[in-house]
Design a protein around this ligand. Structure first.
Ligand code: ZN
Length: 152
């Protein structure tokens, strides 16, 4: 595929998620939620999860963000919904490694799916926080869930 075609693919996937975000809104029943801000861009993201038996049964996000932060949050929710906390954490770590250009294996790249496209649009250091905001929020929520488990 030519570089131009590839760039068009990135754009269309990112724009589709930004304009039609998946899992956008408010969970009626939730275990916890968290708001994170990215002051340099003005993004505000609220991520909510419902966890049962160490599994993310439901996840939604809302807030106002730029195209990259909204698309990233949308992609993130589709990737971790239904996953165990441990599996979700693995995906988060892969994504965060990949976006700072840390080398990841080819089969790991496959696991990232659409999220892999984000690292290409977010190659400017100022946009990395836009792309990672919702992922950091989910990581904090998972920390909180696992903290709860340890205290039981
Ligand atoms: Zn942003």
């Amino acid at each position: 595929m030519s570089l131009m075609k590839l760039n068009q693919l990135y754009r269309s996937v990112i724009l589709d998620h930004a304009n039609h975000p998946r899992n956008f809104g408010e969970l009626a029943t939730r275990t916890s939620d968290l708001v994170l801000r990215n002051p340099s861009c003005g993004d505000i993201i609220n991520v909510q999860i419902q966890v049962e038996a160490n599994q993310i049964r439901a996840i939604k996000f809302r807030g106002s963000g730029c195209t990259i932060s909204n698309a990233s949050a949308s992609i993130m929710t589709t990737m971790v919904k239904g996953k165990s906390l441990a599996a979700a954490r693995r995906i988060i770590n892969l994504f965060l490694d990949n976006i700072v250009n840390k080398e990841i294996k080819e089969d790991e790249q496959d696991q990232l799916g659409d999220a892999l496209l984000l690292s290409n649009v977010a190659k400017f250091p100022t946009r990395i926080r836009c792309a990672t905001l919702s992922w950091h929020a989910l990581a904090d929520l998972i920390d909180e869930q696992e903290g709860v488990k340890i205290n039981d």
